[in-house]
Write a protein that binds this ligand. Structure first.
Ligand code: ADE
Length: 229
């Protein structure tokens, strides 16, 4: 098994890089990829940078250069449901791009034209494994749609619109771009996001306060996942 792991920020990947044995680094397309092993599992991990474009670049280069069998996007997200509080974890059933909008042409908001899909499905086996690991860690989690967009959501009205349109449980800025690249390349993927804020007016204070701890919990679940292969 070779597992690809992508986080947007250093705090989302640091614990994973620290857990690697036989560590090597390589730069490809301007992004640093760290390879190594967790137990018997080969791992390639990277910090992609914030937003959908960096995330897509990173996933595509990773797939071409390192050919992972599956890709996990780990990190933090804003909660869109009362069922997920700060410190809890959202695991993808599907991912959507909430800011993809050709509705003026008659399409549903979120439609990815070339694929003719709004929702891209994450890999059930990978996601169920993560959910079992989170259960053992005693972390409350929910599986549902994770919505990505090039926007830090910190406004009740914006949040409500994303929930109304996509019934999403968490928002972030990279997962659906990684999901799109993986779908096109037929690589199974999963997005796991620990809640750092509630994507409302308090998010600007909550995010810097809780992101590092939340990111570490998500990374630790992914380390356990890698160790299970
Ligand atoms: N990542 C963590 N919190 C977020 C939010 N509120 N909006 C977008 N991305 C996030």
């Amino acid at each position: 098994m070779k597992l690809g792991i992508i986080g947007a920020m250093k705090i989302e990947v640091d614990a994973i890089a620290a857990a690697l044995t036989e560590k090597k680094t390589e730069i490809c397309g301007g992004i640093e990829y760290i390879t190594g092993k967790i137990g018997e599992c080969e791992v390639v991990c990277a910090v992609c940078g914030v937003g959908k474009v960096f995330a897509a670049m990173c996933a595509q280069a990773m797939i071409i250069r390192f050919a992972p069998d599956a890709v996990v996007n780990t990190g933090v997200g804003g909660s869109l449901t009362r069922e997920l509080s700060i410190g809890d974890i959202a695991v993808s059933s599907t991912v959507v791009q909430h800011d993809m909008d050709t509705s003026a042409l008659g399409d549903p908001v979120g439609l990815i034209s070339g694929l003719d899909l709004v929702h891209l499905s994450a890999d059930d086996e990978l996601c169920n494994k993560i959910i079992a690991i989170l259960g053992k860690m005693g972390i409350n989690c929910r599986r549902g749609t994770i919505a990505s967009g090039d926007q830090f959501v910190c406004d009740g009205a914006v949040k409500a619109k994303i929930v109304e349109r996509f019934s999403a449980i968490a928002c972030e800025m990279e997962g659906a771009a990684i999901g799109q690249v993986c779908t096109v390349n037929r690589v199974p993927f999963c997005v796991i996001r620990a809640i750092s804020d509630n994507a409302d007016t308090g998010a600007c204070e909550d995010f810097p306060t809780f992101a590092a701890k939340a990111a570490k919990n998500s990374a630790e679940a992914v380390i356990t996942l890698a160790g299970s292969f």
